[in-house]
Structures are given as structure tokens and as C-alpha cells.
Design a protein around this ligand. Structure first.
Ligand code: MOS
Length: 718
């Protein structure tokens, strides 16, 4: 059952509209509606705030500002990024554009929205720092990268050896701000009962949301319940809850009625985090046979005063290719913009754009096939730690992908394959994504009627968690999958690490697998010897001996308590292949086909896994060709704050796309042998697209996204 391409068990609920998302919760009584008012400056101070007209508007029940907001706790920097307190409306200072300055609460949404426009504000504006490129030399060195990785990793005399290398490249890539922008915007419905609050919120990690709410309001965890049964996408932007949740909690308490706050699409751009823009210098030195001598990746990214978030952009290259002399660094530039947060495949997504385009540039400099260049530099052990790989099949991904794609038809020289106006190009790139584990628990009950219930605070952000958990229970308990009921997204259930970092599936399924084992042990221990080998198995034993059913909980620890994570380098791998065409006159880029071949150990559901992977590959197309959060460098505002202006691929942009998953089972990863796949598809796919654009045109655009105006001046003459 594990691995089967089952349809989502929650699919019928979703297509019939019966899956209840946060803003659709109606079981709590009539809510009030809160609409957030945003600052319209990037940095400064509120000098006048007049809410009288808003308060007098029809239906308005209250306007909450820094003047009447309750005192909240300051963030504790030792707490995890997403669980630390997030006080809102703390004072008249404005730290970034669109920071919430008020919540207008009314009987109807329309009344709240109308009244929100009546809040009058005047500011003292302070000149802010908004332009990364203009300040790229004003960097600081973060003390470490998220407490997990060293800021710099320098092995040997990189500069000297690079200088001596027979073939060298030194190129700089820039990656813009990118945003998660899930279809369901960030939203919350808060309901107080005496001193306890129930918070329906759209979040990837229930336990982090609960901890953040408790920390912000000085509540005990027991007095905070978080519910997130269905989530319309997250992609990192819902690892934490944001101001919408804090404001709903405050308003519901003050007004003694449930309050619902839903961010607008425009608000999401500033309210939830973005991927920090980055400037990435790739320096590679190689011997004539393609062997890397020096691997250098120096990264500079946007940071801000209100957050210590640094994206691990330079960590990616530490694990990918063999090279004796190495240098990977992180620098940051403080800007007065909203805090950055994780966006799908933090580190790898932007890092591999530079690394894998850099490797492509080196392949041309060496006159070597780009696949061969990667094969030549496949390390035997982790290139920096020397740890053995738990299970690494990057070479198979490259070989199998090249074969299935017909890579041998690639034009060796750029801009040489032309049909009429269309220039055809092939590109490829490697993918790598580390595998993580975090403490997680799950509970299983086997009822006397042969059905089972699984419970965990795990979330399903559209990925298929409900389905794979049912598959694991079905297999472990020996019952049909239809008899498994899965209940997720409630802090009343056993706690885990939710959906994020591509760890949700393996964390929650491993915990559940252990719960099922524990349940089996418990049942077998309690029944007479003669019954143990009953043909009906566990179900029959429970029916006969456990009139109230049997239940058990299973847990897995954090990875630092798992010996295999210290003994092995654990990651998922892949290889991307792209064919596209570029109109030689207009620069229009049309993809023709994409193939990804992936190695992630055992797959829990072939269908939902494929969806994750092709979704990631499409996001890579977006990174390469479409996506860019544009900052107004006068105000620090994202200018293109909607789906009309923040471009991403649509169906017509995506051609034949296939994800092939190699059979596998990584015994060192966990009891089920699976590794993370959620973010694997996006890793490297953008670089494969960019490399295909180069192969088609001979034009190397190093400033993402590759848009028409960057190609046009360089297109080959007729
Ligand atoms: Mo992912 S960026 O860890 O949700």
C-alpha cells in the first residue's frame, strides 16, 4: 500500500467544497470581521492617528491601534524563528512598508473594509534603505546561518589554487525577491472562552503557531488550541503565523466575540516573508579533464533589522561536487524591508541557480558536455565533512535522465540549431536537497469494527499528508485504506513538526509507523498465546480482546538525537533536462519539454510525489523566466503586489513535463526508507531552463528572471 499512486483520500471533500478551510469555519458562532490597515511609508513614525471617523462608521465595533493594543511579550531570540513572540501594534514606529498599524473590526467584512479607509494617519518619514544593489558593498557577516551552519566554509588556499587552475570562471548571478503566495491567503479566526483561545489559522506547523501565540500573549500552552485542518498552500510562508493571527486574537478578546481576519493578496506580499534577493559570485577552477580544483560561491543577500533570518544560499554547494579547494560564504546587507522567511527550498532554490549555471559556464569553457562535467566531479564522500553518503544516486539520475531525454541530440555549440525563427536549446542541471528530521508524534487507534483512526497535529498543505498517513496505517495494521480515518491539524493531537523543510511526510509517517508497531506489540502482549497467529491478524485480535479498541502513540526524535544523521550525509538528489525554443526576432521563450529524474529513497505515494516534483519543476521555470518581487527603492514597497503583475507560469507556459522517480530505500533515513521530496523539484530546475536559453541563443543572462528585454539586445542577427 505504501507507494501506491492512490488518489487523495480528501479529494472528494475538496472538490465538493466540504473541506473546511480556516476562513470557512462556521461552528464557532457569528464572527466579527477585522481588516488590517497598513503603513504607507517604509520607515518612520506615526505622528497623528485619528480613528474617530472609522469608529463612527456603520457596523464598526472597534479599532485597535498601538494606543489600545494589549502589552505583548518581546521576541526571545533563543526561541525558534517561527515560535518566538510576534508582538504587533507595539508603538508608533514604522519598520517597513505595509506594517499593520490598525485593525478595524466590524459586523460585516464590507463594513470593516469601508471603515479601514477612514483611519487617518500622518507620519514623520525617515529615509530608509531599500536598494540591495546600491548597498551591496555595505555587508555584515552573520554570526552563523540559522544556528545550523557556519557562515563561511573555507578549505585550503582557495584564491591561490583558483588562480593557478588551467580553466577558470568568475561570474556573478543575481536572484530577485521571490514570494510564496499560496492560493489561500494568510487568515485567522480567533475564539476566546474565558482564559483560553482557540485559533483557527492557516499554518504549516501547528505546534509553532501555538508556541508563538502563547509566547506573544504570555499564555500557557494549555490555554492555546490551534486548528488547521485544511490549508490552501504554504510554500514556507505559513511556517509561522503572522500579524493576521495576532490581531485576530487581540480583537476577539477585546470585543468578546470571535474575530476573523483574512489578509488581502496585496497584504500577503509584505505580511508574510519573502525570499531575500541575492547576489552570488561563482568562481570555479578546473583541470583540462574537467576535474574541479577550486569551488567558490560567495553570496550576499538582503537582511533587515527586525529579523535574524539568513537564507542558507551558500550551504548548498558544500555538499554537491568534489573539489579540494573550497570557499562558500554568506554576507548580508541590512535594508528597511519586511523580514525575509523561508520560501520553498530555502538555500537550494536560489543557490542552485548560480551553482548550476556556473557549472554550465565552466562546461562551455572546457568544451565539455555538462553532464560529463557533473559525473567527473561526483564525490565519493561528502566533499567537506568527509562523511559517507547514506544513499546517493545523483550519477544514476544524470545518466538515466540523459538517456530518457535524448541528451545526445543536444547542439554542442550554442545558437546552432535553428528552425526558421526558432532557436532550439537543451539545458540540464543537478538537484540536491538535504534531508531533515524533527521530533514528531502520531497516535493510532484500532477499533473493534476493524476501522482505525490516526491523529497528529501534522498539516496537509495540499501535499497529500492525509493520504500517505492512511497508506502507512493501512499497511502496518493490515486493513483496507478506506477503513483508516485520518484527523490532522489540531494541537489537541500529538505534536509534531508539521509541513516544512520537506520533512512532513517522513516525520509524520515514521512516527505513525512506530505507533502502529507499538499498537501491535501491545495487542500481542495482551492476548493468549494460542490467539497470536489468528488468521484475521491484528483486526481480529482487537475485535475479540479489546472491546473498547486499542491505541498507541509513536514518536521520532530530533535529528540531533538520531545517530545516522551524525554518521551520514543525508540528502535527496535529482537531475533536470529541458528543451526550449527562443524566437530569434522577439526573444520569446517557449519550453518544449522538461524531464526530472529523482532519487529520494522510498516514495510513499507515486501520484502525490509526482505532483510535488512537477510542481517544483514548474516553480523552477518561474524562477528562471517569470518571477520577481520588485521593490520601489524610494519607499520599500513591493510594487507588483498581485497576480497580474507578479508573473508566474500558466498552463500555456508549461509543456510536456515528466518526473521519473528512481526506486529506492534509504535505510539510514528512517524506518520507512523515505526522504524529503517536497522541495526537490524546484532545486536546479530553474538553472536547467537558463542553461537551455544559453544553449539556444548563446546569450548568458545572469540576472534572474530571464525576461525578453534582457535577451533582445543580444539576439543573433538574421
Ligand atoms: Mo518549506 S520553505 O520548508 O515550507
Amino acid at each position: 500500500m505504501i507507494g501506491k499512486p492512490l488518489n487523495r483520500i480528501d479529494g472528494p471533500l475538496k472538490v465538493t467544497g466540504r473541506a473546511v478551510y480556516t476562513s470557512e469555519e462556521w461552528g464557532v458562532g457569528q464572527p466579527l470581521y477585522g481588516v488590517m490597515v497598513e503603513a504607507t511609508i517604509g520607515r518612520g513614525r506615526i505622528t497623528r492617528l485619528d480613528t474617530s471617523r472609522a469608529e463612527a462608521a456603520p457596523g464598526v465595533r472597534g479599532v485597535i491601534t498601538h494606543r489600545n493594543a494589549p502589552r505583548q511579550q518581546p521576541p526571545d531570540p533563543s526561541a525558534s524563528t517561527y515560535s518566538r513572540a510576534l508582538p504587533v501594534l507595539t508603538g508608533p514606529e514604522i519598520h517597513y512598508f505595509a506594517e499593520p498599524i490598525a485593525l478595524v473590526v466590524a459586523t460585516t467584512f464590507e463594513q470593516a473594509r469601508a471603515a479601514a479607509r477612514l483611519v487617518e494617519v500622518a507620519y514623520d518619514v525617515i529615509e530608509g534603505r531599500y536598494d540591495l544593489a546600491a548597498r551591496a558593498d555595505q555587508t555584515f557577516s552573520p554570526k552563523d546561518i540559522r544556528g545550523w551552519w557556519p557562515t563561511d566554509s573555507i578549505i585550503g588556499d582557495f584564491d591561490a589554487e583558483l588562480g593557478k587552475a588551467p580553466h577558470q570562471i568568475d561570474v556573478t548571478y543575481t536572484v530577485p525577491y521571490e514570494l510564496s503566495l499560496p492560493m489561500e491567503p494568510h487568515c485567522c479566526l480567533a475564539v476566546w472562552k474565558r482564559d483560553a483561545v482557540t485559533v483557527y489559522t492557516s499554518t504549516q506547523i501547528v505546534s509553532e503557531a501555538r508556541a508563538r501565540i502563547a509566547a506573544t500573549f504570555g499564555l500557557s500552552l494549555d490555554n492555546v488550541r490551534v486548528v488547521a485542518r485544511f490549508i490552501g498552500g504554504g510554500f514556507g510562508s505559513k511556517l509561522a503565523v503572522h500579524a493576521e493571527t495576532m490581531l485576530a486574537v487581540i480583537a476577539a478578546r477585546q470585543l468578546r466575540q470571535p474575530v476573523k481576519v483574512v489578509a488581502t493578496r496585496q497584504q500577503v506580499f509584505h505580511l508574510a516573508g519573502h525570499r531575500p534577493a541575492s547576489i552570488q559570485r561563482m568562481r570555479l577552477g578546473a583541470a583540462p579533464d574537467g576535474r574541479l580544483i577550486a569551488f567558490g560561491h560567495d553570496t550576499t543577500q538582503k537582511a533587515c533589522p527586525t529579523s535574524d533570518y539568513i537564507e542558507q544560499i551558500g550551504v548548498t554547494g558544500r555538499a554537491l561536487y568534489a573539489a579540494p579547494f573550497r570557499r562558500t560564504t554568506h554576507r548580508a546587507v541590512e535594508l528597511d524591508l519586511p523580514p525575509a522567511e523561508d520560501v520553498r527550498a530555502p538555500g537550494e532554490a536560489p543557490g542552485l541557480l548560480a551553482i548550476e549555471c556556473g557549472m554550465d559556464e565552466l562546461a562551455y569553457a572546457l568544451d565539455m558536455d555538462p553532464v560529463d562535467l557533473r559525473l567527473t566531479n561526483e564525490p565519493a564522500t561528502h566533499p567537506e565533512s568527509g562523511l559517507p553518503f547514506s544513499d546517493r544516486h545523483l550519477v544514476e539520475c544524470l545518466r538515466e535522465g540523459a538517456k530518457q531525454f535524448g541528451w545526445d541530440r543536444r547542439p554542442q555549440r550554442p545558437a546552432t540549431l535553428r528552425e526558421g525563427r526558432w532557436l532550439t536549446g537543451y539545458g540540464m542541471a543537478a538537484a540536491i536537497r538535504p534531508h531533515f528530521q524533527a521530533a514528531s508524534s502520531a497516535e493510532v487507534q484500532l477499533h473493534p469494527d476493524g476501522t482505525a483512526t490516526v491523529r497528529a497535529d501534522m498539516t496537509d498543505i495540499g501535499t497529500g499528508s492525509y493520504t500517505i498517513l492512511a497508506q502507512v496505517a493501512s499497511e502496518a495494521l493490515g486493513i483496507p485504506v478506506e477503513r483508516v480515518r485520518v484527523e490532522l491539524g489540531d494541537s489537541a493531537f500529538p505534536a509534531g513538526a508539521g509541513s516544512g523543510g520537506s520533512w512532513g511526510a517522513t516525520n509524520s509517517c515514521s512516527a505513525l509507523s512506530r505507533a502502529c508497531d507499538a499498537l501491535r506489540d501491545q495487542v500481542l502482549a495482551a492476548v493468549p498465546d494460542a490467539d497470536r497467529s489468528a488468521p484475521g491478524g491484528l483486526v481480529e485480535l482487537v475485535a475479540k480482546h479489546f472491546p473498547a479498541g486499542a491505541s498507541a502513540t509513536g514518536s521520532i526524535p530530533d535529528m540531533d538525537k538520531e545517530p545516522s544523521f551524525a554518521a551520514y550525509s543525508l540528502a535527496s538528489y535529482g537531475a533536470h533536462f529541458v528543451e526550449l525554443q527562443v524566437d530569434a526576432d522577439t526573444g520569446e521563450i517557449r519550453l518544449r519539454r522538461m524531464l526530472g529524474v529523482f532519487d529520494a529513497g522510498r516514495i510513499f505515494n507515486a501520484k502525490t510525489a509526482r505532483s510535488q516534483l512537477i510542481g517544483g519543476m514548474i516553480w523552477g521555470v518561474s524562477n528562471a523566466l517569470f518571477e520577481e518581487g520588485s521593490i520601489d527603492t524610494r519607499t520599500g514597497a513591493f510594487m507588483n503586489r498581485d497576480f497580474a503583475q507578479y508573473l508566474m507560469p500558466v498552463h500555456a507556459d508549461i509543456p510536456a513535463i515528466e518526473a521519473v522517480i528512481l526506486d529506492g530505500f534509504d535505510t539510514r533515513a528512517n524506518v520507512l526508507g523515505g526522504k524529503g521530496i517536497g522541495e526537490l523539484g524546484i532545486c536546479g530546475s530553474g538553472a536547467a531552463v537558463a542553461n537551455a536559453v544559453y544553449n539556444a541563443t548563446g546569450i548568458r543572462v545572469r540576472d534572474f528572471p530571464i525576461t525578453l528585454e534582457k535577451l533582445l539586445p543580444h539576439l543573433p542577427s538574421q
